[in-house]
Write a protein that binds this ligand. Structure first.
Ligand code: 26Y
Length: 794
């Protein structure tokens, strides 16, 4: 594709300013300018998008349907411009029109249609599927309000407010009011011959909104189709005419609640009826869309598995199993068993967690009330499984609940974990019974990240250095980063690499100064922990070590300490009390430590509020040290860990999730390992006094906990953090205490490594050079081969 000139782009922007925004240049606001640029760029995406759709239609190719409750896509403009190779032209065009390109890009709200890892993974997968020419649709919900906005109250507690990304027009999407399906709930089931007729007692309309997803260099584009809920009869005219103006709008308000807001809990299954409705809403609409597209190309339903690969992103779309059986059996007359087998051949399931509280279970009574026909089908699916496997122990129904993990397993031809360790644990723990019945079903697909957004876009300086050193082409062939290794042996390259990091850090220091009013030393080690707040992720282990370190620096301020800026970022689920206590503690420790003149140059704690994709893009390129310190066996994979390593940060971490693979890739000597293994954690818990013993043997830990209990960080009130410290002293399920000394020791090794700056840079650069395997292109190629049986179209 010929790169568009800045002039042509300028004309396109002016055209959209005038005809789409209804403004002339003199009156155009920043918003107008961003929208005009967005629409001009979107125009450029349409051609490859049509071309890709035509190609897959003509080839009658199999397509992937990625069903996910969450797509954490962040901003789209910068990425699209970059993928089309128009960054310079856009910069020039916007500047020529009197606006600052950076300001225009920064005007775009972050599309936060997800909680964390699972949603961001879905977004990286969309990018890779488009880059690889894998015909695919992402299907999800067009939430009116994405993940809540986080701020901190004057006392340091997390405050939540509604996010509002759709307040301004969403420039990327195409509304498809003519693509809409009625999705029913409740009602009755009438047996009629072999099948059944389900008559729901209420229904909403699922309306499609399409966002094109352009791949690297604009060679292919797929579609992200999000469903918005609307009332079938939008307005009750009788109510209006009788003067009940609020009641008149009630049907619309009720229907819209289904796509109103993203559930902000990422591990506690709240079992809310609205969530079940959301799950069925988007899954059922997607399946109808899939079958309709299939019917346009083929009339033989037995061919469905050769044309359709449906990936369930965790159990959230697990109702796809029974719903597809219903569509095939009840509505299209396929034999029940054939329908089950056909559905299974289309479906696959990705598990993202072993935490029991995050495994979805729905009460049978609720399921019967909301989805009566599906409840019957689930019982039949369970009975069929029992009949085919008389020795089975695992069941789908248990204790009056439907276990969505088991349902997904039984209805999927492949089940995958998201890192090597996690997959082994899936086999040996949660799905052990089912694994023994179906030993071929569970496979591993280690997660990945898109290098376009997370290196090329987020870290332009490092990208330029890489291209200067090994040429371009690494963007869609990330293993080529290995070619950096010979250069890393030269002092010139290491100097250049160190300079890139220093500039990124200086930018971040400036932002922290402006945004938070905290002055940080840009030469200090930037030590970053960014992720959702969870006890298993152990932000409290990090803050305890900070408290202990602060104490020792105070006692011996002239010793040789490695100066550190400790950076936190992340949100806690609004109902997760302990996670919010940890946030509160971090903010108050930061307040006290940052006010200490004695330690000021050596230790600073910063916690910018409202961590999101855009903030990650700012923080990761400036990080020296990446904190990946979860209790071993609990973090399914992690993907932040991959972004840091790719951007030349060293990791301090446990043998958990993908840390294991990262350490093998970059070399054990370039990774700071600490803590118990997953097996050791399980063994440790056998001793009910593990935490007491750990505290007793560690003076540092004892002092750190006592300092919290003394009220030092709570204006003298010793009761403020009692729940937190008592939990550590008496429960400590996540073995913070047992791992503390090991963590401390590893941190001192980090200090030692930091003093040899040139060697640090060498280690950091080796992390970058050896992270090519972490590309989500590798992950998607592997899904295409092992699960979807789809060949790339480019
Ligand atoms: C049931 C509901 C409340 C729920 C909603 C969201 C349950 C779980 C989630 C989200 C889970 C999630 O984000 N898991 C993360 O998935 C990443 C991608 O595979 C992993 O890297 C990460 O380790 C895992 O915690």
């Amino acid at each position: 594709m010929l790169p568009m000139t800045a002039n042509a782009l300028r004309d396109a922007i002016l055209k959209h300013l005038e005809y789409s925004q209804g403004k002339d240049l003199a009156n155009a606001s920043l918003y107008d300018m961003r929208m005009a640029l967005t629409l001009a760029i979107r125009d450029k995406v349409v051609e490859p998008w049509f071309r890709a759709n035509r190609a897959s239609y003509q080839a009658q190719s199999k397509r992937v349907y990625y069903l996910s409750m969450e797509f954490l896509i962040g901003r789209l403009l910068e990425d699209a411009v970059m993928n089309l190779g128009l960054t310079e032209a856009a910069h020039e065009a916007v500047a020529g029109l009197g606006h600052n390109f950076r300001d225009v890009l920064d005007d775009e709200p972050d599309a936060a249609l997800g909680n964390g890892g699972l949603g961001r993974l879905a977004a990286c997968f969309l990018d890779s599927m488009s880059t690889l020419g894998c015909p695919a649709y992402g299907y999800g919900i067009r939430y009116e309000h994405g993940l809540f906005r986080q701020s901190f109250g004057p006392d340091g507690r997390q405050l939540e407010s509604a996010e509002d990304w759709l307040r301004q027009r969403h420039g990327w999407e195409f509304a498809r009011p003519d693509t809409a399906f009625q999705i029913g709930f409740g009602g009755i089931v009438a047996e009629s011959g072999r099948a059944a007729v389900w008559t729901p007692d209420n229904a909403v309309l699922a309306k499609a909104y399409d966002t094109p997803v352009i791949g690297w260099q604009g060679k292919w584009a797929n579609t992200l189709r999000l469903w918005g809920a609307e009332a079938i009869d939008a307005f009750d005219l009788d109510a209006f005419n009788s003067g009940d103006f609020t009641g008149a709008a009630a049907p619309e308000a009720l229907a819209r609640t289904i796509s109103r807001v993203l559930y902000p809990d990422d591990t506690t299954d709240q079992g809310k009826e609205l969530r079940l409705k959301q799950e069925f809403f988007f899954t059922a609409a997607s399946l109808r869309d899939i079958l309709r597209r299939f019917a346009r190309e083929c009339s033989d339903l037995s061919q469905l598995p050769n044309r359709v690969a449906i990936q369930m992103n965790d159990t959230h779309p697990a109702i796809a199993g029974p719903e597809l059986v219903r569509l095939l059996h009840d509505e299209r007359g396929m034999e029940f068993e054939t329908a089950v087998d056909t559905a299974r051949a289309c479906l696959a399931y990705t598990n993202h967690t072993l935490l029991p509280e995050a495994l979805e279970r729905w009460p049978e009574a609720l399921m019967t009330r909301v989805l009566p026909r599906h409840m019957q089908l689930i019982e039949r699916i369970d009975a069929l499984h029992a009949q085919r496997h008389p020795t089975r122990q695992a069941t789908i129904l248990e204790g009056g609940e439907v276990k969505m993990g088991e349902l997904s397993f039984v209805m999927a031809h492949k089940v995958n974990g998201v890192s090597a360790l996690h997959t082994e644990l899936v086999k040996s723990t949660v799905f052990n019974d089912l694994h023994r019945l179906h030993p071929e079903r569970i496979i591993n697909q280690t997660n990945g990240i898109t290098p376009r957004r997370w290196l090329k876009g987020a870290n332009p300086r490092l990208s330029a250095l890489i291209t200067d050193t090994i040429g371009s082409g690494w963007e869609d062939d990330l293993e080529r980063l290995r070619d950096l290794e010979p250069a890393i042996a030269t002092p010139e390259f290491r100097d250049a690499f160190a300079q890139v990091k220093a500039r990124n850090k200086s930018d971040l220091a400036q932002w922290i100064g402006q945004d938070m009013g905290i002055k940080v030393n840009p030469d200090a080690m930037f030590d970053v922990q960014i992720k959702r707040f969870h006890e298993y992720k152990r932000q409290h282990l990090n803050i305890l070590e900070i408290i202990a370190l602060w104490q020792e620096i105070r006692e011996n301020p002239t010793a040789n300490w490695a100066p550190r800026v400790k950076i936190f970022g992340g949100k806690a689920a609004p109902g997760y009390v302990m996670a919010k206590e940890i946030i509160h503690l971090i903010n108050n420790v930061a307040r006290v430590i940052n006010a200490d003149k004695l330690t000021r140059d050596l230790l600073t704690v910063v916690y910018p509020p409202n961590y999101n994709v855009t903030m990650a893009e700012r923080l990761i390129p400036a990080a020296d040290l990446s904190e990946q310190i979860s209790t071993a066996g609990k973090e399914a994979s992690g993907t932040g860990n991959m972004k840091f390593s790719l951007n030349g940060a060293l990791t301090i971490g446990t043998l958990d999730g993908a840390n294991v693979e990262i350490r093998e890739l970059v070399g054990a000597e370039n990774f700071f390992l600490f803590g118990m293994t997953a097996d050791e954690v399980v063994a440790c818990r056998q001793d009910p006094a593990h935490m007491a013993k750990a505290i007793a043997r560690s003076q540092r830990l004892t002092r750190a906990i006592e300092l919290i209990e003394s009220g030092t960080f709570s204006h003298g009130d010793p009761s403020t953090y009692r729940d937190l410290t008592q939990n550590l002293r008496t429960h400590d399920y996540f073995t913070v205490c047992a791992d503390f000394d090991s963590f401390w020791d590893a941190q001192r090794q980090v200090d030692q490594a930091w003093f040899d700056r040139d060697n640090w840079t060498r280690m950091a650069a080796l992390n970058t050079a050896r992270s090519g395997w972490l590309s989500s292109d590798r992950t998607i190629k592997s899904y295409m081969q092992d699960i979807w049986s789809i060949a790339p179209m480019i």
